[in-house]
Ligand binder design. Structure first.
Ligand code: NAD
Ligand code: UDX
Length: 464
């Protein structure tokens, strides 16, 4: 039986970093080396001040402080780490393609292929390769093909082990997951590889929560899990619009349906729209795969989740314009939050980006405050859309390090992220500093609307 003592993880991002830091913490007998081509990122992971690691996650710096230098290492020497390891995780980015066939829909697998070729080239001993990235179903076939055709005659087993952590709660999710999923081949070599990975997780996860399947079920389950989760948000967001027309309250509806144990209470928070690097990308991927098999109805069904989400973001922005007497030109709108959810510094696909883009089209000026997002990230997000020049984005958007300054002299405040600190602000002070009528558009339904109305604010929530 293969006993793992050395692991390499390619990709030191939001998944590779936290996941492997927790493996190292829980398995002091395993040497874990996380490698990346991005030198700045690796330098940040190695920063003497552990608070400067590049991923903000509650509890993560403590985990890194405990394991780093003991059995957790960060390096740019990818070849060496691969060769030293018995098990290599691939945790590189798999974004939506931006060119060629499948542009805007399919996953761009060029980084996966590069990893497979590099592993094949440098490996002199047998290895277990683990797909940690989220991949289109049947990617393992291509990975296997590359490994077997370009390698040095050593044996590779390819496993699928998708990651289900959510950002903002990554450390808790990794320490105490609902389940771990491992897909492998049914033959004895495949099953031996599966067992080797099961044994790693079994150091801290009860065996009954470690599910094993064939490779294809595992790859597909990751896309399906994200599609189901996102579908719940788009479903409740669609109902939020109906609530706004009928005086029903979406929070009350969510509670009423969520107490049915068959429906359940989670992922029923109406919002300005879901963001993050996963949901949209993975559903588009599912849609693209379905279309490529000629399954038009299946593709259309899941695509509607994205269409609804785009509608929700746009609707939020246009409601602001409508409510500010049909013009925001030259008006200051304060944004509280830019991250795609609380407790992360990640902004990928954040609803805030799209709402800002719509309001800039209407010539609003925006001042942003987010407790964890840096100004250069905010400008990079807007510039990436390509709607207008970087100069115009800089002219239209300013970033503040103080929420009270961000809200001063504003016509309206838009809450884009559900950061806890927003709830306890001195709202009377904010009201006093704003232009009147002072409006709040609570895109997360987190503020105490009754209290705000008592102060004098005009408040609009989602679905109420
Ligand atoms: P990321 O962009 O934060 O990190 C990926 C890293 O891989 C980057 O630092 C990049 O420099 C590095 N990289 C790319 N090619 C490389 C190569 N050939 N050699 C060495 N390093 C290379 O991405 P992420 O958010 O960590 O996501 C990684 C994968 O995990 C994706 O497939 C994603 O869908 C999946 N996933 C993400 C989440 C999440 O919450 N972010 C959750 C579950 C699954
Ligand atoms: C998601 C999946 O939850 C996770 O299992 C997978 O591994 C990666 O993708 P993540 O994108 O990090 O995780 O965060 P998640 O908590 O799922 O939130 C995604 C988006 O949905 C955020 O913008 C969040 O604010 C929004 N959301 C979530 C809602 O609008 N309403 C909800 O009820 C829940």
């Amino acid at each position: 039986m293969t006993k793992i003592t050395s692991i390499c993880c390619i990709g030191a991002g939001y998944v590779g970093g936290p996941t492997m830091a927790v493996v190292a913490k829980q398995c002091p007998h395993i040497k874990v080396t996380i490698v990346d081509l991005n030198e700045a990122r690796i330098a940040a992971w190695n920063d003497v001040d552990v608070n400067n690691i590049p991923v903000y996650e509650p509890g993560l710096s403590e985990v890194v402080a405990e394991a780093r230098g003991r059995n957790l290492f960060f390096s740019t020497d990818v070849d060496r780490a691969i060769e030293e390891a018995e098990m290599v995780f691939i945790s590189v980015n798999t974004p939506t393609k931006t060119y060629g066939a499948g542009k805007g829909m399919g996953a761009d697998l060029k980084w996966i292929e590069l990893c497979a070729r590099q592993i094949a080239r440098v490996s002199k001993t047998d290895k277990i390769i683990v797909e940690k990235s989220t991949l289109p179903v049947r990617t393992a076939e291509a990975v296997r093909d590359i490994l077997h055709n370009t390698g040095n005659g050593v044996n590779f087993q390819v496993l699928s082990n998708p990651e289900f952590l959510a950002e903002g709660t990554a450390v808790d999710d990794l320490l105490n997951p609902d389940r771990v999923l491992i897909g492998g081949d049914a033959n004895p070599e495949g099953q031996e590889a599966v067992q080797a990975l099961v044994d790693v997780y079994a150091n801290w996860i009860p065996r009954e929560r470690i599910l094993t399947t064939n490779v294809w079920s595992s790859e597909l389950s990751k896309l399906v899990a994200n599609a189901y989760l996102a579908q719940r948000i788009s479903s409740i967001n669609s109902i939020s619009e109906l609530c706004e027309k009928t005086e029903a309250n979406v929070n009350e509806v969510a509670r009423a349906i969520g107490t049915d144990s068959r429906i359940g209470p989670k992922f029923l928070k109406a919002s300005v729209g879901f963001g993050g690097s996963c949901f949209q990308k993975d559903i588009l991927n599912l849609v693209y795969i379905s279309r490529s098999f000629g399954l038009q109805e299946v593709a259309d069904y899941w695509e509607q989740v994205i269409i609804m989400n785009d509608h929700q973001k746009k609707r939020f922005a246009l409601n602001i314009v409508k409510d500010l007497y049909n013009t925001v030109s030259g008006k200051k709108i304060a944004f509280l939050g830019w991250a795609f959810k609380k407790d992360t510094n990640d902004t990928r696909e954040s609803a805030a980006i799209y709402v800002a883009d719509e309001l800039l089209n209407e010539q609003a000026t925006i001042q942003v405050y987010d407790p964890k997002v840096e100004d250069k990230q905010i400008y990079a997000d807007l510039d990436y859309l390509g709607t207008r020049s970087p100069d115009l984005n800089k002219k239209g958007v300013t970033v503040s390090e103080d929420p009270y300054a961000a809200c001063a002299d504003a016509h309206a405040i838009a809450v884009l992220t559900e950061w806890d600190e927003f709830i306890d602000y001195d709202w009377q002070r904010i009201y006093d500093g704003m232009l009147k009528p002072a409006k709040i558009f609570d895109g997360r339904n987190i503020l105490d609307h009754k209290k705000l109305r008592a102060i004098g604010f005009k408040v609009s929530g989602i679905g109420m």
